[in-house]
Design a protein. Structure first.
Length: 518
RNA sequence: GGCCCGUUCGUCUAGGGGUUAGGACAUCUCCCUUUCACGGAGGAAACACGAGUUCGAUUCUCGUACGGGCUACCA
């Protein structure tokens, strides 16, 4: 799943562009921000696949990201799944484009060939580590390494003619202060002596992210490069590449978004945290094709995409008002990058549930009824021609159940007694409340119910109270028993509305069965 | 270690030189409900620390501490 996927947004008016990128889990949050920035500026949202690391190719990951974005309600205007004028959108299919830019940098003296093997560099790092130093391939060390700056022209030619593998590295000028403006953090500056000579083109001919994203952002007319904070340290190198390419004027605005942190402990939220702490980190369930490992998804756990998006958006961003429920359009309308927080946000699974409940409350009973119908059918074995599976019955059940659950998928199980007769009765209530003399009351109640011509919750309640009075009972003494006799449970939906919904015959039947057992 | 970024209730956050420092989640109490929830009311709960600037700093500056990120031919 570590496939690198890139979203970008561009503004077709060529004025204020913007790119965006994201992966799959909590980084959906970044995509939402990207989309908001993009749409707020009237731009197009672009999906680019950054698959330059061939070792990390994961089958299915590309389709997964498209599906996940779709589920979130993010529409892609241009890119790998929909095409566009800047195709191809997979970086692996654009290899030659990057090479030409790398060569341009070599020609202008801003990049060079390096022949050092992975082993040699590893050794350098080890040596440095022993001296408690950090090896950095840069201005301080490049002249003592195996590259076209340190070698003679002849040596370089020979190595190349012998097909010795090489990479192309950026030649960072020394003694400079590199400053740029981050849309979220303001002015940020770095000492160029501390920026390493990043690999631009790998020995397999593929570009690194550093080169590829710049070339593509430029070619695809990206106006805003919005990415996670983990990219901030390499931003100076990116600024330099634009400069050396003579594209400073075309450089997009950069913004580095805060990271999502683990709910407990420390560090950035990772895939493992989800299963460890019992909440999903993936929008959709993901099965790793190589390990077969399955990671749960928000969708499969019963979350609404609106709730997922809403929750993510509110992590690190705020509208500046006290509104907290937003759909995507409202989000875009209210969005301002000024209200993006700088610090990382600790992810809170509890609040996510709350968002889901809020969105559930906003669903119509009819819609929920339609969705839970298959679950009710399989749970109860009731067939579709039964009234209990009718839209009207189900809708009434939903209305009763709705304030009592956080997820609509809890309804069938939690409201099982609405569909099938109880087989067990809450013994705590019975042993605590039941007295043999109550039998007369329930007998009378049955008779009065039988005799009544009309059936609704008010009448049932009046009948109940009247019967209690005639037996010199307070309603409270027998009410809880009545509930248990009808539903089997000590707690549940509003009693008399339930009585109305169940219908006279069903209530009488349940009462009779229960009375036989006490 | 070095570099960069950050730091307001337990958590997500608003605010910004003079405020009773506001909201939300969670938590507690009460009300509603003769159940459980929902809902309503209320409580407890925060400006990391130290200097400086200032009449006055939570807010500006600098340090310190703490947290995070990066330090790959990964993104």
């Amino acid at each position: 799943m570590q496939q690198n996927l890139f979203y970008a947004a561009k503004n077709k008016n060529t004025i204020c562009p913007q790119p965006h990128r994201a992966t799959t889990h909590g980084r959906c949050a970044h995509s939402i921000i990207r989309l908001a920035v993009c749409k707020k500026n009237g731009g197009d949202f672009l999906l680019r696949i950054e698959d330059t690391d061939q070792n990390r190719f994961v089958p299915g990951a590309e389709q997964y990201i498209i599906d996940a974005l779709h589920w979130c309600g993010i529409t892609i205007d241009e890119g790998v799944s929909v095409g566009g004028t800047h195709a191809p959108y997979r970086q692996s299919e654009r290899k030659e484009v990057y090479r030409s830019y790398a060569m341009q940098l070599v020609a202008s003296g801003n990049a060079y060939y390096a022949f050092d093997t992975a082993e040699q560099l590893e050794q350098q790092r080890k040596n440095a580590e022993e001296k408690k130093e950090t090896f950095s391939y840069g201005s301080a060390t490049r002249m003592s390494l195996n590259n076209s700056l340190a070698l003679t022209v002849e040596e370089v030619k020979e190595l190349i003619s012998k097909n010795v593998p090489y990479v192309i590295r950026l030649k960072v000028q020394e003694n400079e202060t590199i400053t740029f403006t981050d849309l979220i953090r303001g002015e940020v500056s770095f000492d160029s002596n501390l920026v390493d000579d990043k690999v631009l083109l790998k020995s397999d001919g593929m570009p690194t992210y550093h080169l590829a994203h710049i070339v593509d952002d430029y070619l695809m007319e990206i106006t805003h490069a919005i990415r996670g904070e983990e990219w901030l340290p390499s931003a100076p190198a990116h600024i330099l590449i634009y400069r050396y390419l003579g594209l400073t004027a075309q450089m997009p605005h950069y913004a580095h978004l805060p990271l999502l942190l683990k709910p407990d402990g420390k560090g950035k939220l990772s895939k493992r945290d989800g299963d460890r702490l019992g909440f999903p980190v993936f929008p959709l369930e993901w099965k790793d094709p190589t390990t077969g490992e399955v990671s749960s998804g928000y969708r499969e756990n019963g979350y609404y995409p609106e709730a997922f998006v809403n929750m993510l958006a509110m992590l690190g961003w705020n509208p500046g008002t006290e509104q907290e429920i937003f759909n995507m359009n409202e989000l875009i309308a209210a969005f301002s990058i000024d209200h993006v927080h700088k610090a990382g946000a600790r992810f809170d699974p509890e609040k996510t549930k709350w968002y889901n409940t809020q969105w559930m409350l906003r669903q119509s009973d009819e819609d929920i009824a339609k969705r839970i119908k298959p679950m009710v059918a399989s749970l109860t074995g009731i067939t579709t021609d039964d009234v209990r599976l009718s839209d009207s019955f189900l809708t009434a059940c939903v209305a009763l159940l709705k304030p009592r659950v956080q997820f609509e998928k809890e309804m069938p199980e939690k409201g099982l007694y609405l569909f099938i007769e109880p087989t067990e009765y809450d013994q705590t209530v019975i042993s605590k409340k039941w007295k043999p003399e109550f039998k007369d009351f329930f007998k009378m109640l049955s008779d009065e119910f039988t005799a009544s011509n009309e059936w609704n919750s008010q009448i049932a309640e009046q009948t109940f109270k009247a019967a209690a009075e005639k037996n010199n009972l307070k309603p409270g003494e027998v009410l809880q028993l009545f509930r248990v006799f009808v539903s089997g449970q000590a707690q549940g939906v509003d009693l008399f509305p339930m009585i109305q919904l169940l219908g006279k015959n069903q209530v009488l039947k349940r009462l009779e069965s229960a009375l036989k057992l006490v």
